[in-house]
Structures are given as structure tokens and as C-alpha cells.
Design a binder for this molecule. Structure first.
Ligand code: NAP
Length: 347
């Protein structure tokens, strides 16, 4: 990698890709001052809005304007037209690939193939998409090591909040023995609304209106999203080598107003808890609604706020809370991975 001219390719240019671009534009001078590096985006691919390729660097302000005004890239500014994400991953000359396409919760594809293609070409890879970490973490980690390149994925759990970095950089020599968290805001919000007497339909409608409940929320409600996050956390932090199918999963679809009120009468609240622990040296993973005491730390995590508590042998339990994240915090997660690559002395 020529550290003065770092070329990046971005696969997927939705909420995260656009917010990350804005941060790159904002921090361009500061990155140059700190690392003597100019970061040039040489390719951007989407599913339906076209593809831009320019080996001298895409005009990001122009690309963002295109999407706002035309809802499509103006491809007259591109060296190639109609290039698929896989073709970008396999053929374009970039230093770092950014995998920002949507999560395919039951396979992790095609994101796993995109990242594999980059790593095999000895290019660094950064993923905000948790599919590859939930489905193929060890394979990708080993591929990165074999090819002497970096593979980072901070955004995949709790956006820009340092979870993987925290353990990697700060809790050195600590062995993680247990992980517990509340990691899905849709279920957290819906349970709170049901406790107020609203129906599921009303709670979901309200969440959609506020912009954080998906158009099709069943993957959240049934605990699949939480299972993917749990698998990702345990694969990275506890070497679990599991997939979301290995998580003993139960969603919140059967929780009723009456159950929540009964729990309240016992001084408890019901939350969807992600949990992983060691049993006979094997990592066990579970996602299910649990009653927890109203004074506990986890019970006070409301709405879109999330938490993870990491128990270690040397540092006991460390908890980290992300307070009501917006898209800027997601963009920061991707940006922090970029900065980690830029600051790595060995690349
Ligand atoms: N949003 C968040 O706050 C957040 C937080 C943490 C992690 N993430 C993860 O970050 C990733 C991106 O999220 P997002 O919110 O930006 O999603 P999004 O708004 O739906 O954007 C996804 C982008 O990927 C494109 N795309 C879809 N399939 C593709 C393919 N096969 N090849 C190339 N591009 C493809 C889409 O193209 P079109 O524009 O043509 O549809 C769109 O540009 C997801 O994996 C998500 O789980 C998101």
C-alpha cells in the first residue's frame, strides 16, 4: 500500500456508505496532516443506483449529490459502467475494501465472498456487515493472516462503540469468559411499548415512524438479529466458531402485556438478553427474553440504547453502553477501522 495515496473501494452505498463518505470529506485534511495520506475512493458499487469507478479518486460530493438529485449515479463520470460488487472486489486496484452491503442473515453472502476476494488479493478489508463475522469469521480471519493483511469489523456490533477494539487494544491478556448484552433496539423498544399497554402492531408502527424499526421487523422480533450479533461477538471474543443457527434463540413474539405486568409485580422487567458463556470449555450461546431485576444495569437500558458486559479472567466484568446512536456513530465505526489500518505500522 502506498501510504501517501490510499485507494479504497466501497461496496454498498446506503445509509452507512453515505454517512462514512461525509465523514471522510470532513476529516480529509486532518487525515492528511496526521498520516500524510490522501484517501481516494476509487470505486463505489450499489445494487440499483449504478457504480462509479475512477482510479484518480471519485468526487464524493458529486456522488452524494447524484443520489440526492437523480437517485442514481451519473455514470458519465465513471471509467466503467455496470460493474457488479464482485467484479469491483476482484478487479479494481484498491488497498482497502469496505463491505457495506445489507445483512443476509441466513448466509452472510455475498459479503463473505466480497471480503474473501479482497483478502486473497492481499488487500485489507473492513466490514460493517455482521453476516461475515456471524457466519465465517475464522475462515476470513485466517485468510487475512495468511495474506498478511488486516480485517476489521468494529461496526458490526454496537456501531462505533469500541467493543472488539476494547478487548483487542485495551484488555490485553484478558481471557473473555462470558458476554451478556442487550443488542437489539427494536425488541427493546417494542417491549417497553407493550408494557405501556400498546399492541405489537401499534408498537411497531411507532418504531417505524421514529425510523429505527425495519420495514419487515420479523428478523428482530424473532431474535435473529440478536442471534447474529451474539454469534459475531462470541466468534471474535471467545473463539466460539458458531453461526446464528447455533444460538439457542427465542424472540419476543409470545411476550404478552400480562407477563410484563406479572414480572413488574415481582420487581422485574423483561428484556431480550444475548448471552454467551463457557461450559466444559465449550461456548454456549443463547438469546431469549428474560426477567431481570429493575435495579440491575441491564434493566435500565431503554429504547435504542444498547449495552454489552464482558467478563474476563483478569479484569472482572467491564460494561460498555452506547447511548441512542445515530447514523454518525455507525459511520464513525467504519472510520475508526480505516484509521486503524492507516496507523498500522506493518502495512
Ligand atoms: N444503518 C446502521 O446504523 C447500521 C449499523 C451497523 C451496521 N450496519 C450494517 O451496515 C450495512 C449497510 O447498512 P445500511 O444501513 O447502509 O444499508 P442500506 O441503506 O440498505 O444500503 C445498502 C447498500 O448496499 C447496496 N447493495 C445491496 N445489495 C448489494 C450488492 N449485492 N452489491 C452491492 N451493493 C449492494 C444497496 O444498493 P441500492 O442502493 O441500489 O439498494 C445500498 O446502496 C448492513 O450490513 C448493516 O447491517 C448498519
Amino acid at each position: 500500500m502506498n501510504s501517501n495515496n490510499v485507494k479504497i473501494a466501497i461496496l454498498g452505498y446506503g445509509n452507512v456508505g453515505k454517512a462514512f463518505s461525509k465523514l471522510l470529506i470532513e476529516k480529509e485534511n486532518e487525515i492528511f496532516e496526521r498520516y500524510n495520506s490522501k484517501v481516494n475512493v476509487v470505486a463505489i458499487s450499489t445494487k440499483s443506483k449504478g457504480c462509479l469507478v475512477n482510479e484518480n479518486g471519485i468526487d464524493l460530493i458529486g456522488a452524494l449529490n447524484d443520489l440526492q438529485t437523480l437517485n442514481h449515479f451519473d455514470e458519465s463520470r465513471s471509467d466503467y459502467k455496470e460493474m457488479s460488487s464482485m467484479e469491483v472486489a476482484e478487479n479494481i486496484d484498491y488497498d482497502i475494501l469496505f463491505e457495506l452491503t445489507p445483512l443476509k442473515i441466513f448466509s452472510g453472502q455475498p459479503a463473505i465472498d466480497h471480503i474473501s476476494a479482497a483478502l486473497k488479493r492481499k488487500r485489507h478489508a473492513i466490514s460493517a456487515n455482521k453476516g461475515p463475522i456471524a457466519w465465517a469469521f475464522e475462515q476470513l480471519r485466517d485468510l487475512a493472516a495468511e495474506n498478511n493483511v488486516l480485517f476489521y469489523y468494529e461496526t458490526t456490533v454496537m456501531d462505533g462503540t469500541p467493543v472488539f477494539n476494547l478487548v483487542d487494544e485495551t484488555l490485553k491478556f484478558c481471557k473473555v469468559t462470558e458476554i451478556k448484552g442487550i443488542l437489539n433496539s427494536t425488541t427493546n423498544f417494542v417491549l417497553e411499548e407493550i408494557a405501556k399497554g400498546k399492541s405489537y402492531a401499534e408498537a411497531i408502527k411507532e418504531g417505524k415512524k421514529r425510523g429505527f424499526v425495519e420495514e419487515e421487523p420479523s428478523m428482530d422480533i424473532e431474535g435473529w438479529d440478536a442471534a447474529a450479533k451474539t454469534a459475531a461477538l462470541l466468534n471474535v471474543l471467545m473463539k466460539a466458531n458458531i453461526t446464528p443457527y447455533d444460538v439457542d434463540r427465542k424472540g419476543i413474539e409470545d411476550i404478552t402485556y400480562e407477563q410484563i405486568k406479572e414480572a413488574e409485580s415481582r420487581g422485574n422487567v423483561i428484556k431480550l438478553i444475548c448471552y454467551g458463556w463457557l461450559k466444559d470449555s465449550k461456548v454456549i450461546a443463547r438469546v431469549r427474553p428474560e426477567e431481570i431485576h429493575k435495579n440491575s444495569l441491564l434493566s435500565n437500558i431503554n429504547g435504542t440504547t444498547s449495552i454489552v458486559s464482558i467478563t474476563t479472567d483478569l479484569m472482572g466484568t467491564v460494561s460498555i453502553v452506547e447511548h441512542e446512536p445515530e447514523i454518525e456513530q455507525t459511520a464513525y465505526g467504519v472510520f475508526s477501522d480505516l484509521i486503524r489500518v492507516l496507523s498500522n505500522k506493518n502495512n
